[in-house]
Design a protein around this ligand. Structure first.
Ligand code: C5P
Length: 222
């Protein structure tokens, strides 16, 4: 049977990755977390002590980085130049710098090319910020997932509280709002709902409910 592409965009913490993974699992598709790619380049830049204001140097660094997303049960492993960086790309430090790195147009060019290659044979569920608007404008199903900042921060806090006892909902609200702001206001491919995307507010939905709605949209499009 024919396969379609599914684009899921939205702000930080809306539940995109959890939901996208469930949708991919249900359809037997490949899940592609594009945020992980921007995080990987950010991790490398921080490790190499790269100047985050030097766009040329950052783009070169992105070109030289081998990024692989390896699907595994219940998630995906991220491999950078042969090293498993699944955990290190989720640190607070990477999270606080990633929006700055992701705003560099040449970095986006490198990663978008990689994303389009992966989606070429269709059958992918891809999540990010600019998938429906820029990476896969011809995706058959496009969803823009949101939730209030407070609810997104509360979800993050539940995930984080064991690892980071210092985390507070208020602190996370601030960090999330700051990231949303820079992702929405950047010049290149800002976070924005595509004209033909379906808005899905997950504030009062479980991940299973949200996934179910998206799967239904996919079955209609198939
Ligand atoms: O999805 P996640 O929160 O892991 O993404 C981390 C950051 O990567 C985002 O805040 C954004 O700056 C950047 N990003 C992007 N375009 C995408 C995916 C992520 O600019 N398609």
């Amino acid at each position: 049977t024919a396969k379609i592409n599914v684009a899921i965009d939205g702000p930080a913490g809306a539940g995109k990755s959890t939901v996208a993974r469930k949708v991919a699992e249900t359809l037997g598709y490949i899940y592609v977390d594009t945020g992980a790619m921007y995080r990987t380049v950010t991790l490398k830049a921080l490790r190499e002590g790269a100047d985050l204001d030097d766009a040329k140097a950052l783009a070169g660094l992105a070109e030289r980085t081998d990024i692989r997303l390896v699907p595994e049960p219940g998630g995906q492993k991220v491999i950078m130049d042969g090293e498993d960086v699944t955990e290190p790309i989720r640190t607070k430090e990477v999270t606080s710098f990633v929006s700055k790195v992701a705003a560099v147009p040449d970095i986006r060019n490198v990663l978008v090319r990689l994303q389009r290659d992966i989606a070429d044979r269709r059958g992918v569920v891809m999540d990010g910020r600019d998938i429906g608007t820029n990476v896969l404008p011809d995706a058959e199903v496009k969803v823009f997932m949101t939730a209030s900042v407070r609810i997104r921060a509360e979800r993050r806090w539940l995930e984080l509280k064991e690892k980071d006892p210092e985390a507070t909902v208020e602190g996370l609200m601030e960090a999330i709002a700051a990231r949303d702001k820079s992702d929405s206001e950047r010049a290149t491919s800002p976070l924005k709902q595509a004209d033909d995307a379906v808005l899905l507010d997950t504030s009062h939905l479980t991940a299973d409910e949200a996934a179910e709605r998206i799967v239904r949209l996919c079955r209609q499009a198939l």
